[in-house]
Design a protein around this ligand. Structure first.
Ligand code: PGA
Length: 314
């Protein structure tokens, strides 16, 4: 391998640019003999002369012209490396503000915990709120990134879907409809439902689903937390429609059951998004890639719930 130094290349480039040892010395704040020495050492390392003097002027030799190209490429590479490393420093030092839908908090907190272990220097803030509030936050350009059930209409955003979010109908584990297959939706026209508040994406999607099938949806008891809905359903206050992500544990223990209802699960997806044109910090870009690549690891749900029989028929 060529035994040369970056300093020699830098001095050579200055001489080649100025075609003068004196001007190069001035530019680099070196003495003229110092510049000549660096060039001589480089010529020795290559075994070829880089400059020739004709009269009072110096010219690049054929080897010098080739060397000029290589020196430029190497300088560009070093610049590129510097940019990459500066950006990496940013990832480790940045601030990151994430807002997620209430329903996504179950896996989002796990994802953030893991991400923060890998990037201990990042200052994280997590806001958990419902769909309506998230839309307002996006409008006000507050969070770096948002995780929600569906990109809002009428707002210019860059959104990418990264995971399924099936909505299922839940009942107490000992409900008489448990075990029945493909129960017609209109069987539930007279049932009472424990539902999320009206700004919730889950509530909105469920209402739209019943409306599109022409079946009345009796939203009799409202609660702002999925945990409260699960407890209420378990206690027999009514049935519920919630994201599968929120009931993994209760299904395993048999405290709640997913009913096999015609048209269910209601298909929904998780999106990660930001306002279009927003310049993501290195920390935010790193988190976004992390979510896109690894999110399914943080839930017990399979990526394609349609293929998961137990999810539909408990
Ligand atoms: P939610 O959002 O927590 O507001 O219901 C989830 C969703 O939009 O599906």
């Amino acid at each position: 391998m060529l035994n040369l130094t970056l300093r020699q290349l830098q001095v050579f480039s200055a001489v080649a640019r100025n075609l003068s040892y004196t001007l190069a010395a001035k530019e680099l704040h070196l003495t003229q003999p110092g510049v000549s020495m660096q060039v001589r050492q480089l010529e020795e390392a290559l075994g070829l002369p880089l400059f020739e003097q004709i009269g009072k002027k110096i010219y690049l030799t054929e080897a010098g012209k080739r060397m000029e190209g290589y020196a430029r490429s190497m300088a560009n590479l070093l610049d590129e490396a510097e940019t990459v490393f500066e950006a990496m420093k940013g990832v480790e030092k940045g601030r990151l503000s994430i807002s997620v839908a209430t329903t996504a908090s179950h896996f989002a907190t796990r994802m953030l915990a893991e991400f923060s272990k890998q990037h201990a220097g990042i200052n994280l803030s997590l806001d958990i709120t419902n769909r309506e509030m998230l839309q307002q936050q996006l409008l006000d350009n507050e969070p770096d990134l948002v995780i929600m059930g569906k990109p809002p209409k009428g707002l210019d955003v860059d959104a990418q879907a990264f995971m399924d979010n099936p909505l299922v109908m839940i009942a107490p584990g000992n409900h008489p409809l448990c075990g029945q297959k493909t129960i017609p939706l209109n069987r539930f026209a007279d049932e009472n439902f424990v539902v999320r508040e009206s700004g919730s994406g889950t509530r909105f999607a469920t209402q739209r689903f019943f409306d599109s099938h022409g079946v009345p949806f009796n939203a009799t008891i409202e609660m702002t937390r999925n945990d409260a809905i699960k407890q209420a359903v378990e206690a027999g206050l009514g049935l519920g429609v919630v994201s599968m992500h929120t009931v993994e544990l209760e299904l395993e223990t048999g405290r709640l059951a997913v009913l096999d209802v015609e048209g269910f699960p209601i298909e929904r997806h998780w999106y990660i998004l930001q306002r279009r044109g927003k310049r993501l910090s290195p920390a935010a870009s790193a988190f976004k890639s992390f979510v896109l690549e690894q999110a399914p690891r943080f839930t017990r749900l399979p990526f394609d719930p349609a293929a998961d029989a137990p999810a539909k028929t408990v």
